[in-house]
Design a protein around this ligand. Structure first.
Ligand code: ATP
Length: 139
């Protein structure tokens, strides 16, 4: 029997970063890790900046998602985020540069440097690098 699926849509201000019928969505919610299968109870949660894993036909796909919100309801999962990229879309060199820039800012910590902003940029870069690594290893 075909496995039951649910719709996943990942929306950013710029575009629909992902839209497909999938089996499972794993994400890091503000209150802990989530694994959402079809017929999940209705849920709204904030998301941490991290990798969202999506399973379909036994295959995993990986998306880097900047902090945002997730709603699950009636077999539809909607993620709203400032930025989201599938692993294949990620420019690794750009993410490495962003990581180094953020680390340098956090090391320097002059009064002009916005620490919260630098920390958020570091987390985005780390999530992007992690998504690429996970997609390469398929773990
Ligand atoms: P950078 O400093 O390299 O711009 P950033 O974390 O500040 O990184 P964001 O503001 O999160 O970038 O994203 C701006 C846009 O660029 C978004 O549309 C995002 O999807 C895209 N983007 C950011 N970094 C990458 C990357 N390494 N590969 C592909 N797209 C990226």
């Amino acid at each position: 029997m075909a496995e039951k699926l649910q719709k996943l849509v990942v929306v950013t201000p710029a575009r629909i970063a992902y839209s497909d019928e999938v089996r499972m969505v794993c994400a890091r919610g503000a209150d802990g890790d989530l694994g959402i299968l079809p017929d999940h109870a209705p849920l709204i949660t904030a998301l941490k900046t991290d990798v969202v894993r999506v399973q379909k036909n036994g295959q995993w796909r990986y998306l880097a998602v900047s902090s945002g919100f997730l709603e699950a309801k009636e077999n539809r999962v909607i993620i709203l985020s400032d930025a989201a990229e599938a692993a294949e879309e990620i420019d690794v060199e750009r993410a490495r540069r962003a990581k180094e820039r953020a680390e340098e800012r956090l090391r320097t910590r002059t009064p002009e440097i916005d620490i919260i902003r630098a920390e958020a940029a570091l987390l985005r870069a780390l999530a992007r690098l992690k998504a690429v690594e996970m997609a390469r290893g398929r773990h």
